[in-house]
Design a protein around this ligand. Sequence first.
Ligand code: ADP
Ligand code: MG
Length: 359
Amino acid sequence: MFENRNKRTELSGLGEFGLIRHLTKDIHIKNSSTLKGVGDDAAVLDYQGRKILVSTDLLIEGIHFDLTYTPLKHLGYKAAVVNFSDIAAMNAFPEQLTLSIAVSNRFSLEALDEIYSGIYLACERYGVDFIGGDTSSSVTGLMMSLTVLGAASKADITYRDTARIGNLVCVSGDLGGAYMGLLLLEREKKVFKADPLVRPDLEGYDYILQRQLKPEARVDIIRKLRDLRIKPTAMIDISDGLASEILHICTGSKTGCSLYEEKIPMDPATMQTSYEMGIDPTVSALNGGEDYELLFTIDMKDYEKIKDDPDLSVIGHITDQSGGMNLITRSGGQVPLKAQGWDAFFERREEKGERRKEK
Ligand code: ADP
Ligand code: MG
C-alpha cells in the first residue's frame, strides 16, 4: 500500500504553506464550473443558473474509521466517494470537493500523501475538481472534513420526501456486503490483538472487503436513469442500511411501503459470510449500511425500462401511510420495518414460527 514504506518526512519540516503547496501541486481543473480552485482566499465557481448542491462530512479517527485495518489511500478514496454519493442521491453529479484535515505528528508527509492519493484518484475517476481545504495540527488523531458541491437544473433535483402511492421501490447493485466486510475486519482485528503472530485470514473475502474499504458512488446509475429518461420520484443513498433509508423516504413522503424480502439483491459472497457470522443475510441488508447504493422510487410507467437491468432491482412498492412500512418475508409473513430492527425482526420471525433456512 505505502509507496515509500521506509521513508518518513516530518510534517514540521515543511511548514503549513510548503505542505499545502506539496499536496496541491498537481491539480488540473476539469469542470467549466470551476473558475478558481486552490490558491486564493476562496475558490470561485460559476454554475450558470443551475441550482447548487452542497454536502459535507466530518470523519474522526476512532469514530468513523479505524486505521488498524484501513489503508490510508482507501481512507481518502472512500471519504471522497461517500460524499460524491450524496450528490448522486440528489440526481446530480459531483463537481468540486474540499478537504480540511487535522493531523498529529504521528503522521508523516508520506502518510498524508497516501490519503491525498486516494482523494485525487476518486476526483480523477468521478471528474471532480479538488478546490481547497484547510490544514491544521491535532493533538493525537486524524480528522477530516469534506465538502462536495454539484449542480442540477431545478427540474432534475430529486428529494427524499416526494414518493407517491403506487410508485415502485428500486435499489441499485446489491446490499449488505460493506457491513460483512466490516465485521470480518473487526473479527480479524480481535484475533490480531489477542495474538499478533496470527496472520489475518482475509483470503477469499475480496468482494465484501472491497465493498467496505473501497465503495463507489453510483453516478453510473444517475447517468443510466437520465439515458432512460427516468426521473425518480424520490431518492436517497444507502449509507445506514435499507430499513433506515426507506423509512426516511416513507416518513418524508407521508406514505407506507411493502418491500419483499426475496427481492432484496444480495451477492452470494455477502450471504455466505452472513451465514458464517450467524447473521440473517436479510438483516445485513436491512441494517448493515455503508453500501452506498441508491434507493429510489419510480412511476409504474417506467417499469418496462428497467425491468431487465441486472444492476437495478424492484424490491417493493409505496403504499398508503395507514398500511405502515412492512417487509413481506419469504414465507409471506409481514414484519414492520424499523430503523435498527435487529431484535424486532428476529422476534417477529420466531413468533411466526419461521425458521432461518441456514440454521
Ligand atoms: P487561509 O489562511 O485564508 O485559510 P490557507 O493558507 O489555509 O488560507 O489556504 C490557502 C489555500 O490553500 C486555499 O486556497 C485553501 O483552499 C488551500 N488549502 C489549504 N489547506 C488545504 C488542504 N489541506 N488541501 C487542499 N487545499 C488546501
Ligand atoms: Mg486556512
